[in-house]
Design a protein around this ligand. Structure first.
Ligand SMILES: Nc1nc2c(c(=O)[nH]1)N[C@H]1C(S)=C(S)[C@@H](COP(=O)(O)OP(=O)(O)OC[C@H]3O[C@@H](n4cnc5c(N)ncnc54)[C@H](O)[C@@H]3O)O[C@H]1N2
Ligand code: MOO
Length: 671
């Protein structure tokens, strides 16, 4: 880029006219709805085979009774209950058998007269005269005396067979008979307008004989991602690029709301492509863009949307976090929304501003929000001026399994994270004026799904790739597992509060140079995990490290101005180790801190740094050179009160099993 171009860009960015009119979420929503027609987009008839997920356009009334006739629900004998009084095994009641067999689908022709019975199958139609059925198990066939007028083929003129059946049990009237209309009565409203059809409702439609049903036309929702950096999943990725996750998320979310996603792909940040795609999107019922709504270089989409009329943009900038750059527009009654590019922001604003509109267009009733009370286990800082929404994962605290009070762990990965929504059970709101919410504060958590199902095993602490060797097996065995990454100290605190079953930690006590045991407090036990080799990571072939011991390399590079270290965050076990090795030395890069082994390896792999301290598995994963330093102990703190739980017992058994030890060794972890 030429200096002149850069100067022009900076000048332009400084003159940003947007976000001057940041409004509250309620105000933005009200302006948006004022210009929208929130009624469904017409109706169509579909066959039951195509009805799954569709929304009923009208109430469905049954035109038939289900069952359509009184039927037997067992294999046995249709008879008159009054004939069976007093029957026992010792003194059975004898009834004469009528000359027909009522298999399912056969209409009876003979009346069950007093003293007679007719063979009937499950699903068979009850004959006239009969009011009960006795199960075949409670009967014995008996050869009786021929009745008057019996013919050669053994059937009397009255339709009797000469056979007798002996009953060892009396029947009450109505026994084993399902009455006509007892499931669905003719004229009954079985399904309601606005109901989304699942397999259960489709079964009801089929049972009342409908092959087709009237549903609302599915609103077509165009989805366009914007940004030069976006790469479609499945393609190789270049440095600085990211995979387009918003398009896939939005398409699925739109489909979940009974709409038809129309993918428009990725538009680069130039006005012509965008204009063209926006025009294409406007042939649909709604248009969703993501990215390019804020102040960055190349943020074009809101400018293209700004050209829409009738009325065009109604709000650009809301006092919410995430979601500030949200841009809401309407043109000729159609919603056009530019969602922020960051996935969590995009999803959050989608669910709070777009989903209710799409539900209405699809004919679905408003979603009912369910909230639960919980306690915040850690302090949460917040920015003043915007209502902040924080995604949380809920765990049941101390108390009988799954019954304790809920603790709401913030999933603080920021707006750019894509995992927050899938890991979250719900979210809490922090008032726009609050600067922080203290640990221990009661909070109300709005659930994303239905009720929070308690997990059988809750793992809170430091996460490690090796842990998957155990958790993966537990999950495959059918256990429900929730694992939250809050670091070793966070895990220890959760274990002390009784909020987890297992807290994986790797904390070295500098005074004793021992791992983990010095951190145990009464009520906590330690289960030995595995050891991870820590060492110096570097790019293979770098002569400053290659072939040396870690200690020797360290002495050689510590004073070099152009050999850049990527350090770890203060408080991490690896940082303690690094500081001990360095003594008082402060190599170039000392103050740059990465928060994980992976982040250290990436920085070295991409040449932002030349060396760092990480575990060997990270070096292997990123193809880096590795000089071993010392082993770190990754163990499991278990609250004694939870040790006897079946899932905890299974966890311990697995970690000690030959199978898991072998799997861990394969990943570079020693048991
Ligand atoms: N100087 C300021 N900078 C920013 C502000 C601000 O007020 N002043 N607002 C910040 C906030 S808050 C948000 S949220 C983001 C949103 O910015 P945009 O909506 O313009 O989004 P982009 O800049 O295009 O992208 C942001 C980020 O998200 C990634 N991205 C974009 N699209 C996708 C996609 N389809 N799939 C996956 N990831 C995507 C993109 O690569 C960027 O990393 O702006 C702040 N900046
Ligand atoms: O408002 Mo942005 O959406 O925080 O990340």
């Amino acid at each position: 880029m030429l200096t002149e171009d850069i100067r022009r860009f900076v000048a332009q960015a400084a003159r940003q006219e947007q976000f001057l009119d940041v409004v509250s979420g309620e105000e933005a929503r009200a302006r948006f709805h004022r210009h929208l027609d929130l009624s469904p987009r017409g109706e169509e008839r579909v066959s039951l085979a195509d009805a799954l997920g569709r929304v009923l356009a009208g109430d469905v009334t049954a035109g038939v009774d289900v069952p359509g006739f009184d039927r037997s629900v067992v294999d046995g004998f249709a008879l008159r209950a009054a004939d069976t009084g007093g029957a026992t095994e010792d003194a059975p009641v004898l009834l004469r058998l009528n000359g027909e067999v009522l298999a399912a689908g056969h209409a009876p022709t003979l009346t069950v007269e007093p003293g007679t019975a007719t063979v009937i199958a499950t699903g068979g139609m009850m004959p006239r005269g009969a009011d009960a059925v006795v199960m075949v198990e409670h009967t014995e066939p008996v050869q009786g005396e021929p009745v008057d007028g019996e013919s050669v083929d053994g059937e009397s003129a009255a339709g009797e067979t000469g056979l007798l059946v002996a009953l060892s049990k009396p029947a009450t009237p109505g026994a084993f008979v399902a009455a006509a209309g007892s499931d669905i009565g003719r004229g009954e409203v079985v399904l309601r307008r606005g109901q989304a059809l699942t397999s259960r409702e489709i079964g009801v439609l089929a049972a009342i004989g409908l092959a087709e049903v009237a549903v609302f036309r599915r609103p077509r929702v165009a989805i366009l991602s914007t940004g030069d950096e976006l790469t479609p999943p499945g393609q190789p990725i270049r440095p600085g690029a990211v995979y387009d996750s918003n398009a896939a998320i939005l398409a699925a979310a739109v489909a979940e709301l009974g709409c038809e996603p129309v993918p428009l792909g990725i538009a680069a940040d130039d006005d012509d492509t965008l204009d063209q795609r926006v025009a294409q999107g406007l042939t649909c019922d709604a248009l969703l863009l993501s990215g390019g709504t804020s102040k960055g270089a190349g943020d074009r989409s809101h400018k293209v949307v700004a050209q829409l009329k009738d009325p065009g943009i109604v709000a650009h900038g809301v006092a919410l976090k995430p979601g500030k750059p949200l841009c809401l527009a309407v043109t000729a009654g159609k919603p056009v929304v530019v969602l922020p590019g960051f996935p969590t922001s995009a999803m959050f604003t989608f669910h709070s501003f777009v989903a209710p509109v799409l539900r209405a267009l699809a004919g679905l009733p408003p979603a009912t929000a369910e909230a639960v009370s919980a306690t915040l286990p850690v302090r949460l800082g917040s920015e003043r001026g915007r209502t902040e929404y924080v995604m949380v994962s809920l765990v049941h605290g101390a108390g009988p399994a799954g019954k304790g009070d809920l603790a709401a762990y913030p999933l603080s990965k920021g707006s750019g994270a894509v995992t927050a929504f899938s890991h979250a059970d719900g979210f809490l709101a922090i008032d726009a004026q609050a600067e922080a919410v203290e640990a221990g504060t009661p909070v109300s958590v709005q659930l994303l799904g239905r009720a929070v199902a308690p997990s059988e095993l809750i793992v809170v602490g430091s996460q490690c790739l090796g842990l998957n060797a155990v958790l993966g097996r537990l999950i495959a065995e059918g256990l429900t597992v929730k694992a939250l990454n809050v670091g070793s100290m966070g895990g220890l605190a959760a274990a002390r509060r009784g909020e987890c079953d297992v807290a994986p930690i790797h904390l070295m006590d500098p005074a004793t140079e021992t791992y983990n045991t010095p951190f145990l407090t009464p009520g906590l036990e330690l289960v030995t995990g595995y050891r991870r080799m820590q060492g110096i990571v570097f790019r293979p072939g770098d002569p400053r490290f290659e072939g040396k011991t870690a200690e020797a390399a360290l002495v050689d590079v510590a004073g070099l101005a152009d050999c850049i270290l990527i350090n770890r965050n203060a408080g991490s076990g690896t940082r303690i180790l690094t500081d001990r090795l360095l003594g008082g030395l402060r190599p170039t890069g000392y103050w740059t801190q990465a928060k994980s082994h992976n982040a250290v390896a990436v920085a070295v792999g991409q040449s932002r740094a030349d060396w760092g301290v990480a575990i060997s598995s990270a070096a292997t994963l990123y193809g880096l050179g590795f000089l071993p330093l010392r082993e770190e102990h990754y163990d499991f703190v278990i609250p004694a009160a939870r040790r006897d739980r079946p899932a905890v017992q299974r966890f311990i058994a697995l970690i000690e099993s030959a199978e898991v030890v072998e799997a861990l060794r394969g990943m570079g972890f020693a048991r």
